[in-house]
Every structure is written in C-alpha cells, then in structure tokens.
Design a protein around this ligand. Sequence first.
Ligand code: CO8
Length: 256
Amino acid sequence: MPEILVEKPQAHVALIRLNRPEVKNALNIRARELLAEHFTALGADDDVRCIVLTGNDDVFAAGADIKQMADAGAVEMMLRKTHLLWLAVSDCPKPVISAVNGYALGGGCELAMHTDIIIAGESAMFGQPEVRVGIMPGAGGTQRLTRAVGKFKAMKMLMTGRPVSAAEADAMGLVSEVVPDAEVLSRALEMAGQIAALPPLAIMQIKEVAIAGQDASLSTGLMLERKAFQILFDSRDQKEGMKAFIDKRKPEFEGR
Ligand code: CO8
C-alpha cells in the first residue's frame, strides 16, 4: 500500500490519508514526496475546491521518521532538501482542513500547522517532542506554533516536549474545533463541503492574503487585502453571489 492515499469522497473535495499505521504514520521521505506530489496536483485541479488531510483513528502522525534520521549528518540532511517538500504543502492554494485523531507530534503537528483549519478529536494530543530526541522542530514548529499560540504557550511546548490535549490546544488557539473522536472525519468533510459550495476564487484569495499578511506590516497586509477584494469584482461568482442575494435565491458558484 502507498504511504499516502487520495480519495474523492464527495463533489469538489479531496481526502488525503497518511497511511503508515505500523509506525504511527511517521513521515518518511517517501511519504513527504507523495504529500508534495498530491498537494501540488490537487492544488492545480480546478475540480478540487477543498482538501481534507487525515491519518487514522489512532494517530494523525507521530513526526518525521526517526529511523531515517538517526544516523544522518548535517550535510546529508541539507542535501535531502525536504524543505521543498514542505513548501508544496504550504503553497497549496486550496483550503486544507486537518482532521486529527490521536497524536500529532513533531513533524505531524507541524504538518497540521501547515493547513488552514484543524478539527481535533477529544483524545487528540499535539506536541513538539523533538527536544527529547536531541533535536528541535525543523518544519516550521518554532515559527508557526509561536505565531498560532503566542510565545509563552509555544515555548512551554517546545522546551519541555510535553504534548497538550485537544482541550488545551483548543484553549490556546492551536485547533479550530474539538469534536467527539468518532466524528472528526465526518465533521471535517462536512465543513469541506460547506467551503466547496462557496466561491473558490474568493476562498483562495482569503487564504493567500491572510497567510501573506502574517509576514507583512499592517499597512502592506491591508493593501494586499484591498487589491484582492477589488480583483474579485471581476469574477462571475461575485456577480452571481450578489445577484442571487438580491433575487432571494441560492447562488451557483463556478469558480470563474
Ligand atoms: N519515527 C519512526 N518510527 C516511529 C515514530 C517516528 N516518529 N513514532 C513511532 N514509531 C514506531 C515505533 O518505533 C514503533 O515501531 P516498532 O513497532 O517497530 O517498535 C511503532 O511506531 C509503534 O510505536 P510505539 O510502540 O512507540 O507506540 P506507542 O503507542 O507506545 O507510542 C507515540 C506512540 C507516543 C507516538 C510514540 O511512538 C512516540 O513518542 N513516537 C515518537 C514521537 C516523536 O518523537 N516525534 C518527533 C520525531 S522528530 C520530528 O518529527 C522532526 C521533524 C522535522 C521535520 C523536518 C525533517 C527534515
């Protein structure tokens, strides 16, 4: 079985499953190559309007594959160029929802933080335990976690390596919603369906501007927002959305 599985469970929605259950979905290089390929392909597929990323009932992902890193040196790690694989995930223009059951640790937590919305089961655990194996996060953990939850909650997780529960993650703003374990995937797919029914160009502009704006000054972010807002007035979906509102009917969005 491939390390990553892709399905189309409903119209305009793609589901990516991490599939290395025997090693808690540890992300070996092959899995990350496949993730990059799938995110690139689905990102370019006009039929796909929302992507759900999940693991299995037991674990989202327990991090990068420690067995593939244990004997590596710095130059070898550099030559692997795995940051380019992560970039394919963060650069995906489509909205991505993580559906997290069980552990999201190390590179698994970082992978979830690459996505836009995180739905967590009540028993999910989030952590950056890299320090306990002698390293530190290497796929954005020190940066995305700090931005998501603030310095003091992030430093506690990064420096102790102790995972937090779904309830703690919810309280600190690391997840979007916590639901019963059995409902994680169905809730993520339900939300994906809701997003997929909305105008895709507007959704992609929201994603691009919100993320780019995090790295910009407020005035630059506001300018990006203003330009994207204005551009959307050249879309058919803007005309359809506003006309449907005025006509008191349901809009039909086509992504144009
Ligand atoms: N890598 C490789 N194998 C793993 C990993 C992993 N991260 N996690 C679990 N496994 C394997 C175990 O070795 C075990 O294999 P085997 O059956 O052959 O002994 C199997 O999965 C089952 O694991 P456990 O027996 O440990 O299962 P438990 O239910 O007792 O525990 C845990 C589950 C808590 C998830 C535990 O396995 C664990 O702590 N795993 C390691 C978590 C960790 O330290 N993650 C951080 C890894 S480092 C990292 O992610 C750096 C990211 C940098 C990204 C950039 C890279 C270039």
